[in-house]
Design a protein around this ligand. Structure first.
Ligand SMILES: [Mg+2]
Length: 219
């Protein structure tokens, strides 16, 4: 289901050349922020604690490869309170991410960067989603224009995070907690730009030009 209001607008990524000039910096365009668990891989109520427990969702590797091939810059934005809870050492999380990136690369995709929040919910940090902190860190580190970026997630927190950070579009996927989140968002009156069945469907929406960004120019 795609938001009809956005369908009518032309899909244009990135900043206008004049604005790029003003900033005197290289700006990453076509950025896609992705949640990890429930979007790229199966989630678990017991958390994903090591590479042995990490299983890609059907089609997700191919979707990441297709988005990469089309020039999209893929950045992971993931809450990993398992670190703050003392359940998993940081080295194990980083090993999992190294292996995940390798598997994505072998399938033809590229994860450009990964931002994770290690804190517990009670630590009231600024990075744990739904707070926009991780996306703001990413936009600052890589000179990304948030309005030219898309956030994809399976949780209400991902959609709220993407919107708070000023992303041009948000896509809720129905994998992971997606079905529950779809109801939650409707109850809260929050509408993602689009709802996709899974990452393959989301990628198809983006690659076919069926997504339009709020910040895009109508022509
Ligand atoms: Mg998730």
């Amino acid at each position: 289901m795609v938001d009809q209001e956005h369908l009518s607008k032309q899909f244009i990524y990135g900043m206008q050349p004049s604005r790029q000039k003003e900033r005197f910096c290289v700006t990453l365009e076509k950025v896609i922020f992705l949640d990890r668990d429930g979007v790229i891989n199966y989630d678990s109520p017991d958390y994903i604690k090591n590479w042995e427990e990490y299983r890609f969702l059907p089609g997700s590797l191919a979707a990441l490869a297709a988005l990469t091939a089309a020039g999209h810059v893929l950045i992971l934005i993931t809450n990993q309170s398992i670190i703050g809870r003392g359940m998993v050492p940081l080295a194990v999380l980083e090993d999992m991410h190294r292996r995940m990136r390798r598997a994505v690369a072998e399938a033809g995709g590229r994860i450009f960067d990964i931002f994770y929040c290690p804190h517990r919910p009670d630590e009231a940090c600024e990075c744990r989603k739904p707070a926009p902190g991780m996306i703001l860190q990413a936009t600052s580190r890589h000179q990304i224009e948030p309005a030219a970026a898309i956030m994809i997630g399976d949780n209400t927190k991902d959609i709220v995070c993407g919107r708070s950070a000023g992303c041009g579009a948000t896509i809720l996927v129905r994998t992971g907690s997606g079905l529950k989140a779809e109801k939650e968002l409707a109850e809260k009156g929050i509408q993602p730009t689009a709802v996709a069945d899974d990452l393959t469907d989301a990628a198809e929406m983006i690659l076919s030009g069926r997504m339009a960004l709020k910040g895009s120019t109508t022509s």
